[in-house]
Write a protein that binds this ligand. Structure first.
Ligand SMILES: Cc1cc2nc3c(=O)[nH]c(=O)nc-3n(C[C@H](O)[C@H](O)[C@H](O)COP(=O)(O)OP(=O)(O)OC[C@H]3O[C@@H](n4cnc5c(N)ncnc54)[C@H](O)[C@@H]3O)c2cc1C
Length: 415
């Protein structure tokens, strides 16, 4: 099938690929790779950046969906790289396991999410890639490699930006299933966050603050609780009296159950249910991670330009991620505050605003989400990633003929 009409989830990017293939086996992938001058892995197409774009062959993993049962001795599960968090978690739940954390939506492929450093929230929760315990990959030569924590380059291979090959199988750490309750609070003054920054962000297992930047407040605070009781009041914000959607006017039943009702973690940690379109659907997204310790100053800097941003924004979400050791992870070596923007689908306007956000955040060493829209380029990014050059060397060694290169990797890594 020609790929000329294949677009990303947002419908804002048409992949330039000459063909899209849906191989059913690793051998088929090896043959495709060996026969291609350029190729790229494609997961569930949810990236807003052009990370998955190629002028060659798009190798979509949607047929690689086999799952093994959980290995209870090692506390891991192994599965094909096209498996989504939604599908994996349903199977894990039947076996009484779950993953430690999830992003706002379950619709995304696990390999694609890990490749871009996708995250949920929680002061003590690493991003989703920190659960990876092994990868099997077809490299640009068509060879199969297996890489695990015992390998010195494992930490470079997990958040891989699609630059190292096609991940075909993933091994993930799992934990015994647990229940989560979700409570939404409304109208947290900005001042209350300034005065109680750590306390607000650690008010639950996972905390998300939502603001339209139209006033001096966070309109909603979503707190996901494990065990602890839900307070009636969160530093002045009051508990919502009904189910809420983060975007005004959107149906609240698209969202996972709130109102403090307990349920399996995989049905509470994402904001959006598997069976509905997450978020607005008519949108673009950007996100930058800054050191948590400088988070409130970074938010003040954004507040300083909010008047310019607000008309272009559906909503902004503020989350946290724990520090990790994955070379290209935006939370490498630093506990992070994540400042996310769900933009209205106005690509030209977003392209103009993104550099303004990056300029405002510059004093804080912002690291962009690889799967969302950003303007920072390789020379600037190199400064905030201590293992940047190691990753570039790894990519060059595994892909000496630049078969996996695309504009995204050239701009972001200088590849
Ligand atoms: C509505 C919505 C909500 C979102 N919410 C969140 C959120 O809560 N938190 C967050 O951090 N992000 C979020 N994202 C961003 C999203 O998680 C990332 O863009 C993620 O990369 C999507 O995975 P995918 O499989 O769709 O990737 P794709 O867009 O298919 O690909 C992205 C990159 O991964 C690479 N890749 C994919 N599969 C493989 C493979 N098998 N082997 C090697 N490389 C591969 C591609 O080559 C490309 O470089 C959201 C996106 C949307 C659309």
């Amino acid at each position: 099938m020609s790929a000329t009409a294949v677009q990303n989830w947002a419908g804002a990017l048409t992949y330039r690929a000459s063909a899209i293939r849906h191989p059913e086996s690793v051998e088929e992938i090896q043959a495709l790779v060996r026969g291609a001058q350029r190729f790229k892995a494609l997961g569930t197409r949810h990236a807003f950046s052009d990370a998955a774009d190629t002028e060659g062959v798009l190798i979509c993993t949607d047929q690689l969906i086999g799952m093994s049962p959980v290995d209870p001795n090692r506390g891991v599960v192994e599965f094909g790289s096209g498996v989504t968090y939604g599908a994996l978690c349903r199977s894990l739940h039947e076996q009484r396991y779950v993953v430690r954390n999830l992003a706002s939506l379950p619709h995304i492929s696990i390999a694609g999410a890990c490749a871009t450093g996708t995250h949920g929230s929680g002061i003590r929760n690493g991003n989703l890639a920190t659960a990876v315990r092994g990868l099997q990959m077809v490299t640009a030569s068509g060879d199969r490699i297996e890489i695990g924590p015992e390998d010195s380059e494992f930490q470079g291979a997990v958040v891989n930006l699609g630059a190292l090959g096609i991940v075909t199988r993933v091994t993930l750490e799992v934990v015994p299933d647990f229940d989560v309750r979700q409570v939404v609070y409304e109208t947290l003054p900005f001042k209350a966050l300034e005065d109680n920054f750590e306390a607000v962000l650690s008010a639950g297992y996972s905390v998300s603050l939502f603001t339209s930047w139209n006033g001096d407040e966070f309109e909603q605070v979503w707190v996901k609780l494990v065990g602890e009781a839900a307070a009636d009041d969160l530093f002045g914000a009051r508990r919502a009296d009904a189910q809420r959607h983060p975007l005004p006017g959107m149906p609240a039943d698209y969202c996972t159950t709130q109102m403090n009702e307990p349920g399996p973690a995989y049905e509470r940690l994402p904001h959006f249910k598997m069976e509905f379109t997450p978020s607005s659907g008519d949108e673009l997204q950007s996100e930058w991670l800054v050191p948590l310790g400088r988070g409130i100053d970074a938010l003040r800097a954004i507040r300083g330009i909010a008047g310019n941003l607000a008309p272009a924004i559906h909503v902004s979400e503020i989350r946290t991620v724990a520090s990790d050791d994955l070379w290209m992870s935006p939370s490498f070596g630093r506990a992070s505050l994540c400042i996310h923007f769900t933009w209205k689908k106005q690509p030209d306007l977003v392209r103009r605003l993104v550099p303004r956000v990056e300029a405002a955040l510059a004093p804080f060493g912002p690291r962009p989400h690889w799967g969302k829209i950003f303007a920072l380029r390789a020379d600037e990014l190199r400064k905030s990633y201590p293992r940047f050059d190691d990753f570039v060397s790894l990519a060059r060694r595994l892909d000496p003929a630049h078969k996996l290169c695309n504009d995204f990797l050239t701009r972001s890594l200088g590849l």
